[in-house]
Design a protein around this ligand. Sequence first.
Ligand SMILES: [Fe+2]
Length: 582
Amino acid sequence: MRISMYILGINAYHGDAAAALVCDGRLIAAAEEERFNRFKHSAGFPAQAIRYCLEAAGIGPEELDHVGVSRDPSAHLHKKILFAATRVASEGIFNQIKDRLGNAAKVRDLKDELARVFGVSKKVLRARFHNIEHHRAHLASCFFVSPFERAALLSIDGFGDFISTMWALGEGNSIDVLGQVEYPHSTGIVYTATTQFLGFPYYGDEGKVMGLAPYGRPRFIAEFRDIIRTEENGQFRLNLDYFRHHAEGVEMTWDEGSPVIGRVFSDEYAHVFGPPRAAGAPLSDRERDIAASLQLRLEEVCFHILNHLHEKTGLTDLGLAGGVAYNSVMNGKILLNTPFKRLFIQPAAGDSGTALGVCYQIYNTILKGQRTEVMLGAYTGPEFKAEAIESALLASNLRFESYSDEALTNRAAQDIAAGLVVGWFQGRMEFGPRALGNRSIVVDPRRAEMKDILNDRIKKREPFRPFAPSILEERVADYFEQTHPAPTMLMVYQIKEERRGEIPAVTHVDGSGRLQTVSREVNARYYQLISDFGALTGVPVVLNTSFNENEPIVCTPQQAIDCFQKTKMDVLYLANYAIRRQ
Ligand SMILES: [Fe+2]
């Protein structure tokens, strides 16, 4: 009898803590800790996500063969020491390094922590433990589950293990690093600093600035070209006068709960742009224009790196990962501004995805396993059986109906077409920040007013932020200027001018849309829903927003029912059941 080999990968003591589990090269489960402990972008140790992964595999911790974390305290150690030694006069930077060393000690005690979570003795754990450098985990996450045999790879984020950017050539089961950009230079840190300056203080607020950018003109592009300067060989450097992280250090909290990052921008920002905007203050053209300039500069720098990467590799297939790979506006322009022809971005491109990368770095590179997994969707989280859903419904005391498979999507499509706000809870929860039709709220994109209705009744988001369309994959060319599939909703394309009036609720101010292309192969039920909506209305597109009310996306049927009751959602479909607002 063949014995299976289990690998657990985790991202811990860093934003978006997560766990992933691979068995004989197959991805069994992956999820973010925030979905279980209900703190957005939760850091700390992903105890509940690990528990879920083991349950999904039906094993105990003693059956794990390998466990890895996406952090290697010893990586680039000489550079860290050199950097600290040259700045020893600054107390802030000393404290920052001390904090990170404390954090590194926790990473080393991974085995203790795992034993503690499961209440077992350390001796029971027979797994081999690994530290996988942060960016190598990112690179592994976008290559080993891609459809590419060979590909150029780019990992780009704030920082991880003292590196902000790493590019490589992936081939078969190995990844060859070709170049990197080191601390304190980082495109991600510029985006975070500017996001803070613009009055959006929370971890993960960068997406808001990306949404604001199309309202502005890039009239500060010269300033941003001074802030990030490109150099030869794909390199770039920051003008450090604008930043605090390298000189004084920046407070960062990576314990249980949402991460907190102190002020990154220096007083130089105010010298150049005027005073920072206070959170909640009205937005003016200045903020819109700063956002537009920042976005344009990020794109320029990214294309600069990618053009170099193409020159080095001669390849036209690209894998992209790292927090900056959540910049879907930038992603949507890559195929237009570089020689790359195909682009793969796995759904958890940011730090949670390093948990997945750790598994495959161990499986493919360390153990030389053969590649077997292509990640087409994002559906690796918890799912709930009909009995569990029915008992949650019964406990809620709400009246519910049940439908056959065919009647279900048909009826839901009618509800959407009638202008109702529809909760759509199906199958396995998504990995990564996007709801992709299993934990979604779905409404009619033809009705311009749906944006305000969603914001008033449920989402309470800033009015400038766009909502996204899900479209049948084979109809993309009818509605969008580009057709490369975007199954994980990480590409923004221009909507064809003549179609914009047809789907106003998902058309951003600049005529763009952050689309999800939906195929039957990847999500049959969601495909059927959009198909039925298309048959009814002639429009094969729905508006898809995540199932939550300013909190992490719902995970369980109970949380979905709670959200339905708290908000003014009209109907909630849970598997084949539905509850309606009376
Ligand atoms: Fe990262």
